[in-house]
Every structure is written in structure tokens, then in C-alpha cells.
Design a binder for this molecule. Structure first.
Ligand code: BG6
Length: 608
């Protein structure tokens, strides 16, 4: 996934400054290469290179670029290695057009051959470059840029969004065909971006753009057109109340640590973000479904795994967690109109999930969304969605959105359990009350009681290139998530697994001093004592998250026991992800890795 930001202004002729300020907020979308193109006195100025945003911005003095309009692009490499040549934006053959894209042009290679045969100079191996040549191909024929863009899109296959500009006017054009795009109307300037936080320094007046639409920006106006029909589409702006401070670190060394701490408030704001009658409609749909699927990727998938245990235990509903990319091959044929697909995606843009949605829609399956970013593709495609209300999550490794997703699943399972009579009124009320009033302070207490121990384990764990994180029942998803955090930010192969499964093979890896991390829910201690014993007697060093328990004390030393405050079987799994997040964070910083932007990955992958 990449990030694009473009702006045209009638009050700036040093456009580089605002381009850098806004584009920097897209860093989490890609940090393999960075580039900015501006137009000054009918000439295109283009500076781009391999590297992270702040390094390239400083080296090429991007903020000093002249002009009154420009396009910035931050790239997570798919087609074409991270290099200056493959960096975006790209110029057309005669250097009067410039464009940058986010997404995937699937027919890039055949188009590259075709355009080259037609005489185009396609300089790079980056699929984004083909966008500007697709437009140029028709512009050279008609001289009408709107028409050329519409026809250019008909050549392109895949999911993408791109911005394009000509050196001879004050316009910016942009297209949304499957990747995210938002527009902003400021005072004497308008802009377009892959994500909302980067628009806020310019304006809070936002216009949502939908797939199949293009926009024409001048410093004073924004026009939306249908790409297929060319007709003008009227849509009013709305005022975003998003908090720009979210996109700053607020005194924390990294966004990841800030967002771990923000879990205290995020689990509270969740309950003001979700509203009736949507909650009841969401729950009723799940109760009435023939089959329920939880479809997600990455940390969202792990939240869905925890959610599936909640729905079994609290509502006697079998919710099947499925990885987005796997869904169609596994259930694509059998899914039907009596089934429900709950699609969980903080960004609302993950391609593997969106593909599963498109397939399910063809089978008339009801789509329910659990989303953090409003206005995202998943919110448009869902029959009904519940917002997380977590605020922008900047750090690539998810933390607060994962915890809010798990909290929401717990909440929905209790509601469903009460409606189905699995829980009586008192049981449901006391669980809901604990969730709404106790969880947030318990998270705060967990952070303060486990930070020191998490940090002190870093030197020992840094000696290993692989180890296991084991969970059982409600903490199975917690173990998977803890393992992913460590993989993502520590570059260690931490394998998350069900604790009963470990003896069927992986146990062979255990040797003296080998680390095994257990996440243990309070009622499960007796169940898994043999899982602890079988590794301990072979020399493993056991690190555990869980409530204090005499039985566990026999296998876990004080320094290795990341005890969470006493709560209950329902809340404890939510708390136990936090010491694992802190462990990953402090291990990453101990290994001198930037946890916010780990190598090779990106916050939202809009490629399949
Ligand atoms: C990955 C991110 O690319 O996408 C993960 O690195 C994230 O952190 C996963 O959990 C799913 O993202 P989303 O937006 O669908 O929840």
C-alpha cells in the first residue's frame, strides 16, 4: 500500500512546505521511497528517492520546492524494487503530465509492453508509472484531460487511486478505483489524499469520494464526475472532528507506545461510538444467521479469533474466524444469503478482506463491518457497520484498534447471549457493567504493573531468533496477537499456537533456557498446568501473562510473571494482550528497531 497527497492553492507559491507537512502524516502507508512533484511557472519540478520520509525530505529539501500545486507519494514497494527510478510520482513522455498512485495495476506488464510499442518512454518497473502513460495516450489524441483520464482508466485493471496534474493549469485531477481517497476544501486551496489525517492541516471540510469517481480540483472548487458516464455528481462536504493531535506523538518516543497507552481511553470511546439501533440490528443479524464468519487479516484476525471464543461461550453461536485471503477458497462456494460475513478491518481498506466482501456480495450474503476509519471502502460496502471510534492509529503494528475490536466482540457476544437467553438478565448486566466501567482502569493498571517486567525481559529474549507464544481458549487469539507483535517489531519468529497442540511436534524444539510465553485466562490455570509442566521439565523458561495463581507460581518465577490485575474470565484476555504489546515494544527498542515503521511491512495492505 502507498500514500498519495496532492494540493492546489491560490495563496501559496512555496507549495513544498505544506506538501511535506501533509505527506509526512502518510508515513505509515509506505516508507520504501518518497517523492514530490510541483508545478512552478509551467514547469514540473520532481524530486524523489529511496528511503524513509524524513531522510528523503531532508536530503532533497522537499519543503523548499516551488509552485502553487503539487503531488506527494510515499511508497510500499510491490511492483519494482525500492529505488529512485521506481519512486513516484512519475512523468509522462514529454514531461507535461505528472502522476502518482496507490494500489495495484494488475495488467501493468502487458500495458507496459503495449505502450512501449506505441512509442511511450516507460522509464521504471513500477506499476504506478503506467497511470500517467494511460492518461497521456488519450490526452495526446483529444487534448481533453478529463476525457483522457476517463479513457485511461478503461485501460487499467486492478484497484488503485491516482492523482495527476498538467504543468499548464492550476488543476489537480484524482481517480478512485478501489483504493482509499478523501478530498478537502480549504480556504483558497483544495487537496486530495489517501487518508484523512493528512488533509487536516489544510482543512476539516471533507468530501468522501467513492469508487468509480474522479475529481477535478482548482484552488476554489471541487467537482466530482462519474468515470464511466462523465456526469457530474453532487456531494456535500462534512466537517471532520478528528483530533489532529492523534497524528503527533504527544511526548511519547513512538506512536506504538502512545497507542498502547491510548487503549485506556479507546475502550471507553468505543461505547460512545457504537449506537442503537445499529447495535441491536447487528446482534439480531448474527442471531438469525445460518452461519457466521469473522473475516479479517493480521491483528484484526486475531481479535476475531478471540471474538469467536466469546460468541461460543456467551451466546452459543459458532462464529468461524477466517483469514481474508483464505475465505473464498475455503467458503466461497458454500456461502449463501442465509450466512453473515462480519468483516473486521481497522483501516476498512485491506484488499484481502475487500475481495472477500465482493465475493460474498455476489452470493447475497449480508455484510457486517467492524471498522475504525470512517468513509473507508468497507463502510461503503457493508449493509451495516459498527465504528471502533479509536481515533487514528498511526503505528504500523496495531494495538489500540485490536483491543477495541476484542472489547466490541465481548460486548456483542454478551448482548447476543442475553437475547438468546443463554445469559440471564443479571449475568448479562454484570458482564456489561464490568466491560464498560472496569476495563479501562484495569488496562491502566496493567500497563503500570507490567511495563518494568516487560522491559527487563528484553535482554534475555533478544538472544533468541525464535520462540513460542501459547494460549488456550479465550487467550488463543491473544497468543497469536502477541506473537505477531513480536514478529512485526522485533524481527523474531515468534510462533503463536494453541497450548494443547504444542506437544504434537513443536515440543521437540525445547531445550534448556528456551523461552515459552503463555497467556493464561484465570479459569484455565488448572487446564493447562500439564502444558506448563511438559515444557518446564525439559528446561524451558516460562514467561506468563495472567492473574496471580499459586499453581502458576510453581512454574513461573516472579521476574517472568507478567501478572495482570484480578478481574474475570471475560475481561482477563483483553488485559493480557497488553503485557505482550509492551514486551514487543521494549524488545524492539532494545534491538534498536523503530517499532512504528518496521521494515518491509505497511499499515494497510491494499494489494492481494
Ligand atoms: C497489516 C498490518 O498490513 O494489515 C497489521 O501490518 C494489520 O497491523 C493488518 O492488523 C490488517 O489491517 P486492517 O486495517 O484490515 O485491520
Amino acid at each position: 500500500m502507498c500514500g498519495i497527497f496532492a494540493i492546489t492553492s491560490n495563496k501559496r507559491n512555496d507549495i513544498g512546505e505544506i506538501l511535506v507537512e501533509c505527506a509526512e502524516k502518510l508515513t505509515y502507508r509506505g516508507y520504501d521511497t518518497v517523492g514530490i512533484a510541483t508545478v512552478a511557472k509551467n514547469r514540473i519540478h520532481l524530486r524523489k528517492d529511496k528511503g524513509k520520509f524524513d531522510e528523503v525530505a531532508e536530503k532533497l529539501r522537499l519543503s523548499e520546492m516551488p509552485g502553487s500545486k503539487g503531488i506527494a507519494q510515499l511508497r510500499w514497494a510491490t511492483f519494482g524494487a525500492p529505488s529512485k527510478l521506481n519512486a513516484q510520482p512519475h512523468l509522462d513522455c514529454d514531461e507535461d503530465l505528472c502522476a502518482a498512485h496507490n494500489g495495484n495495476i494488475l495488467n501493468f506488464l502487458p500495458l507496459r509492453e503495449q505502450y512501449t510499442e506505441e512509442g511511450h518512454i516507460v522509464r521504471s518497473m513500477n506499476d504506478g508509472e503506467i497511470c500517467v502513460h494511460a492518461v497521456e495516450r488519450y490526452y495526446d489524441q483529444s487534448g481533453d484531460l478529463i476525457d483522457a483520464i476517463r479513457k485511461g482508466c478503461s485501460d487499467l485493471k486492478g484497484d488503485y487511486a491516482f492523482a495527476v496534474m498538467h504543468r499548464d493549469d492550476d488543476k489537480i485531477y484524482a481517480v478512485k478505483m478501489g483504493s482509499s481517497l478523501f478530498a478537502g476544501i480549504g480556504d483558497g486551496e483544495t487537496c486530495v489524499s489517501s487518508d484523512l489525517p493528512s488533509i487536516l492541516p489544510v482543512t476539516r471540510e471533507i468530501v468522501n469520494i467513492h469508487d468509480g469517481e474522479m475529481i477535478i480540483l482548482t484552488p476554489e472548487t471541487l467537482e466530482i464526475r462519474s468515470i464511466s458516464k462523465g456526469t457530474v455528481i453532487e456531494r456535500n462536504p462534512y466537517t471532520s472532528d478528528a483530533d489532529i493531535r492523534v497524528a503527533q506523538k504527544g511526548g511519547y518516543p513512538h506512536f506504538m507506545l502512545k497507542e498502547i497507552h491510548e487503549q485506556v481511553s479507546a475502550t471507553r470511546t468505543l461505547f460512545s461510538a457504537i449506537r442503537e439501533p445499529y447495535i441491536s440490528q447487528f446482534v439480531d443479524t448474527l442471531i438469525e444467521a445460518n452461519r457466521v464468519f469473522f473475516i479479517a487479516c493480521g491483528s484484526s484476525y486475531h481479535a476475531a479469533v478471540v471474538g469467536s471464543y466469546y460468541f461460543n461461550e456467551l451466546a452459543n453461536i459458532a462464529a468461524i474466524p477466517v483469514i481474508g485471503g483464505q475465505f473464498t477458497s475455503l467458503y466461497g462456494e458454500s456461502i449463501g444469503e442465509k450466512d453473515v460475513a462480519v468483516c473486521v478491518s481497522q483501516s476498512g481498506e485491506t484488499k484481502d478482506v475487500i475481495d472477500a466482501v465482493h465475493h460474498s456480495l455476489k452470493k447475497n450474503t449480508k455484510i457486517l463491518g467492524v471498522v475504525n476509519v470512517l468513509g473507508s471502502t468497507l463502510t461503503h460496502l457493508s449493509d451495516l457497520y459498527l465504528p471502533l471510534g479509536s481515533g487514528f492509529e498511526i503505528s504500523v503494528p496495531a494495538t489500540k484498534t485490536y483491543t477495541s475490536q476484542v472489547t466490541l466482540f465481548d460486548f456483542l457476544a454478551i448482548q447476543a447471549g442475553r437475547k438468546k437467553g443463554v445469559l440471564n438478565q443479571n449475568q448479562a448486566e454484570s458482564k456489561l457493567n464490568a466491560l464498560k466501567t472496569q476495563l479501562s482502569p484495569l488496562i491502566e493498571e496493567t500497563i503500570s504493573t507490567t511495563t518494568l517486567k516487560a522491559r527487563s525481559l528484553a535482554p534475555y529474549l533478544s538472544r533468541f531468533s525464535h520462540f513460542y507464544v501459547l494460549g488456550h481458549g479465550l487467550t488463543h487469539g491473544v497468543a497469536l496477537e502477541g506473537a505477531l507483535k513480536i514478529k512485526e517489531v522485533c524481527y523474531i519468529v515468534a510462533d503463536g499456537m494453541y497450548s494443547s497442540e504444542f506437544k504434537h511436534g513443536p515440543l521437540s524444539i525445547v531445550d534448556k533456557g528456551y523461552p515459552i510465553i503463555f497467556a493464561i485466562a484465570p479459569d484455565d490455570a488448572e487446564h493447562i498446568v500439564n502444558h506448563l509442566a511438559e515444557v518446564e521439565c525439559r528446561g524451558a523458561r516460562i514467561i506468563a501473562t495472567g492473574e496471580d495463581h499459586p499453581l502458576l507460581r510453581r512454574y513461573v518465577t516472579e521476574e517472568d510473571f507478567l501478572t495482570v490485575p484480578k478481574s474475570n474470565q471475560n475481561l482477563s484476555p483483553i488485559l493480557q494482550a497488553i503485557p505482550l504489546q509492551l514486551l514487543a515494544y521494549h524488545l524492539a527498542t532494545y534491538k534498536d528497531i523503530d517499532p512504528d515503521y518496521p521494515r518491509n511491512i505497511s499499515k494497510t495492505l491494499t494489494v492481494r
